[in-house]
Design a binder for this molecule. Structure first.
Ligand SMILES: CC(=O)SCCNC(=O)CCNC(=O)[C@H](O)C(C)(C)COP(=O)(O)OP(=O)(O)OC[C@H]1O[C@@H](n2cnc3c(N)ncnc32)[C@H](O)[C@@H]1OP(=O)(O)O
Ligand SMILES: O=C([O-])CC(=O)C(=O)O
Length: 373
């Protein structure tokens, strides 16, 4: 290494790469704003449909705009026959994130205007993906249980219908509310790895379906969205609260990363965790599962006292989805259904002021040399 070697910011940690007006993640105040509104207030007062509109358009919808959007969303929920066939053709062992990725690809292939990046076209596509993802996620969980597709119901809102299509029965209002809160909290988080992936793809002037497909791939990993699924595997492995401390000691001794803890930006706790934890508490009470909350608290207490590393949103979200009856493998696809709003908003923001994203690398391989004769 010479003095001229540029500083490398591994993982782009701490490097601002562009402006965004969509959300503000503030680790100093442990806060998160969507278009200026605190996420906790949106989670307590708004439907997921309203939050989606806010993230795309920058303002909350008027009553007439919301009514129009809800009617459009309800009319676009059913899967096209070739999307359904493609899901049916996938092995039952296919990871549900791969099912989502494949289904989004086919939805893109069905769109004759897939390559048209005009803002009104991309808004239309964003709304279509928003309406379609619950059917994909719900149907995939059902087919893994040997159950048939449940048709969407236009008299139910987005969150009610998602649960209806998954379980084939109307969910209790308390469950619908906890689910809606999780979607609002998961909808957007600035330049996280999957959103950045979507922006990189958009920056080449590729299409929005390709950007979302790539983002799904990035979200799948356990260091990002895949952590909500991994948290549940951890809970299954530990079994009960009294075993949490010993389990953690052993896991840390083998230098394992404890899933659902830590964050690249928040170092003093994730702004969304208190709200999601309240939703988990409500579900633990609703399903009479205090043991789940006890295990949650025991592992958190042990991790904070041992490493001073706090939980991220995936930590309370995983057990909440488990209590609702979702398969563990379905947790990250639910994150897809929520985050598709943030991804598509970022694709549109990227295109509105585009520059090809292409950083530099510093070569550290062998010097130029002659080919062997
Ligand atoms: C919605 C989301 O995507 S939120 C993130 C979901 N991901 C997870 O929950 C996976 C578990 N967490 C992690 O792997 C990390 O905390 C990340 C990837 C989220 C953030 O990582 P980074 O900002 O790169 O922090 P980094 O990995 O450098 O950690 C700093 C130190 O804390 C430790 N650390 C951070 N998170 C954890 C964890 N979950 N378990 C154990 N140790 C941890 C690291 O080992 C490292 O220690 P060292 O300095 O002794 O080597
Ligand atoms: O911001 C991040 O790096 C990860 C995260 O919490 C999210 O995407 O919600």
């Amino acid at each position: 290494m010479t003095d001229e070697t540029p500083t490398i910011f591994k993982g782009l940690a701490g490097v601002p790469v562009d402006f965004t007006a969509i959300s503000k993640v503030n680790p100093d105040t442990n806060s998160l704003l969507y278009r200026g509104y605190p996420v906790q207030e949106l989670a307590s007062m708004c439907s997921y449909e309203e939050v989606a509109w806010l993230l795309w358009y920058g303002e909350l919808p008027t009553r007439a705009e919301l009514d129009g959007f809800m009617a459009e969303e309800r009319a676009s929920r059913a899967l096209a026959p070739n999307v359904r066939r493609a899901i049916d053709d996938l092995p039952l062992s296919t990871h549900p994130m791969d099912v989502c990725r494949t289904a989004v690809s086919i939805i893109g292939a069905n769109d004759p205007d897939a390559e048209d990046n005009a803002p009104e076209q991309n808004l239309r596509k964003a709304k279509h993906l928003f309406a379609q993802l619950p059917a994909i996620v719900a149907y995939d969980q059902r087919r893994r249980h040997g159950q048939g597709l449940v048709e969407p119901r236009a008299d139910l809102d987005y969150s009610q219908n998602f649960l209806w299509m998954t379980f084939g029965e109307e969910a209790d209002p308390a469950v619908v509310d906890a689910f809606r809160v999780s979607l609002v909290l998961y909808a957007e988080h600035s330049f996280n790895a999957s959103t950045f992936t979507a922006r990189v793809i958009a920056s080449t002037l590729s299409d929005i379906y390709s950007a979302v497909t790539g983002a799904i791939g990035a979200l799948k990993g356990p260091l990002h969205g895949g952590a909500n699924e991994a948290v549940m595997h951890t809970f299954d492995e530990i079994g009960s609260a009294d075993k949490a401390e010993a389990w953690l000691e052993e896991a840390l001794a083998r230098k394992a990363k404890i899933m659902g803890f830590g964050h690249r930006v928040y170092k003093n706790g994730d702004s969304r965790v208190p709200t999601m934890r309240t939703a988990l508490e409500a579900m633990a009470a609703h399903y009479e599962r205090p043991d789940m909350l006890e295990l949650y608290e025991a592992l958190e207490t042990a991790m904070v006292s041992r490493k001073n590393i706090k939980p991220n949103l995936d930590y309370p979200a995983g057990p909440t989805y488990h209590l609702m009856g979702f398969d563990t493998e379905t947790f990250t696809p639910i994150f897809v259904a929520a985050r598709v709003v943030g991804w598509t908003a970022h694709v549109m923001e990227q295109l509105a002021s585009n520059a090809l994203i292409r950083p530099l690398s510093v070569y550290n391989g062998v010097d130029q040399r002659e080919l062997p004769a």
